[in-house]
Design a protein around this ligand. Structure first.
Ligand SMILES: N[C@@H](CCC(=O)N[C@@H](CS)C(=O)NCC(=O)O)C(=O)O
Ligand SMILES: [Fe+2]
Length: 431
């Protein structure tokens, strides 16, 4: 294994021999970043074996798997984080070292610590061809909209800011209001991080959008509207979801006309984010009201399709249907292959870094719930899996907030707000 010393803190290499991990630790290396997806070639040790070898050698370990053509900002940030968290030199590897150095260099350019026109020469000094990194940066500059995702590790949700670079107008999609169910505390940490980003980048929020009433976290739509005055919107079938949960919560005063939002979107509706056009696709199945926002070449597909290694969303909540979800997914997959897909959740399977961006083409090729699938087999697979899933821990907390556009319950006469839960209303208890 050739070790290429990039600086005092970073060594890049091809696939290391696992037997060498203990040796690396003796030489002062404190962590390994594995940038290779599993299964690239026979004899590759793979994530689980590398994680175990790192642990045995006393090394920290991060799994940031990337295919050369499909590096996303989330991967670059995860690589940066793993470097920042390391207390000493780290070894980053892929098959040849090229992807590992590419991840590093892209982070340096995005942070303004390296110029794009220095990249090729920097690679040459180390004997590594970084022309792929230059192509990535060219593509990144040409992207419209520019999409910033914020992953919430607590709930596995992603909130987005979607920006028209020409006008610096943006839309917020699926903003998160933090909630700790153990203490009953709410926090605006995620929503404030989003507002900080909007302020730092000099953006103006044109829309506060939700794809559906979430079952696993509170929406920060109402909070953000109070802070910015921007209009809120959701799918028009939210009224069906309101009617359904009005019954479950036994809540006579709940208005079920969608008046809690400024706009209700239906299939085919068009809206603007600066000069970019947004289009609505009705995509139910996970909920009765789910919609997908297609803005430029980016589709915000919420809980339909997850990352290719994570399959699809569940369809067993009240009002859910696996067959309906299948049809919605087919609509999304009929978008052009290069359409960027941004998902609503990522649960970091097998300890890999959180990711949220894929393309229609990648999904059709490599999502096991979709590639070569028939409706019948999908429905059988989805329903079988859903029978094994416990309800999300916040479903009863979240729906009563989210069917009112992210408003917390009104305070009682002592000034405190209370949530209300039906007992024995939902199935799926995991005892
Ligand atoms: N453990 C999570 C599970 C959340 C969950 O059920 N997520 C939904 C989307 S809201 C899903 O589709 N999960 C698919 C799966 O787990 O396979 C929680 O309790 O919040
Ligand atoms: Fe969800």
């Amino acid at each position: 294994m050739d070790l290429v010393e990039i600086d005092d803190h970073l060594i890049v290499s091809g696939q290391p021999d696992l037997a060498a991990f203990a040796d690396l630790a003796r030489k002062g290396v404190v962590a390994v970043i594995n940038a290779r997806p599993d299964g690239e070639e026979a004899g590759q040790p793979g994530n689980a074996a590398e994680a175990a070898a790192a642990k045995a050698g006393g090394l920290d370990y991060a799994f940031v798997p990337v295919a050369g053509s499909a590096i996303t900002e989330a991967d670059i940030r995860a690589f940066q984080r793993a470097r920042e968290e390391a207390r000493g030199p780290i070894l980053a590897h892929c098959k040849s070292g090229t992807r590992a150095l590419t991840l590093h260099v892209l982070g340096e350019v995005l942070e303004g610590r390296m110029e794009q026109d220095e990249v090729l020469a920097f690679g040459k000094v180390h004997g590594i061809d970084l022309s792929g990194a230059v192509r990535w940066l060219d593509r990144d500059k040409a992207k419209a909209p520019y999409v910033k995702g914020f992953h919430d590790a607590r709930t596995g949700s992603i909130q987005y800011v979607v920006t028209d670079p020409a006008t610096k107008s943006c839309a917020v999609i699926d903003p998160i209001l933090d909630f700790d169910e153990k203490s009953g505390s709410t926090s605006t940490a995620h929503a404030d991080a989003l507002l900080d980003y909007v302020r730092t980048e000099g953006l103006s929020i044109e829309w506060i959008l939700d794809t559906h009433p979430h079952a696993d976290h509170f929406s920060a739509a109402h909070y953000l509207k109070q802070k910015t005055g921007a209009p809120t919107a959701i799918g028009s079938h939210v009224t069906d979801v309101q009617k359904l949960w009005k019954g479950i919560y036994n809540w006579p005063e709940l208005a079920v006309d969608g008046s809690q939002w400024d706009r209700l979107f239906s299939e085919g509706d068009i809206f603007k984010v600066g000069t970019l056009e947004g289009r609505v696709i009705f995509s139910p199945g996970h909920t009765l009201a789910s919609i997908t926002y297609v803005i430029g070449d980016a589709a915000f597909v919420h809980d339909t399709i997850f990352m290719p290694d994570s399959g699809t969303a569940r369809a067993d909540f009240p009002g859910g249907s696996a067959a309906v979800l299948w049809s919605s997914i087919q609509r999304i997959l009929s978008l052009p292959d290069e359409t960027r897909l941004f998902t609503g959740h990522d649960y970091e399977p097998a300890g890999r870094n959180a990711k949220w961006e894929s393309t229609v083409g990648e999904q059709k090729r490599s999502n096991p719930h979709l590639a070569g699938m028939t409706e019948e087999r999908f429905v059988a697979l989805r329903e079988a899996r859903d029978r094994t899933l416990p309800m999300p821990k916040l479903i009863l907390h979240a729906l009563q907030v989210n069917i009112r556009g992210g408003r917390l319950p009104e305070p009682e006469e002592n000034g405190r707000r209370y949530l209300k839960f039906p007992l024995n209303a939902l199935e799926g208890a995991a005892w």
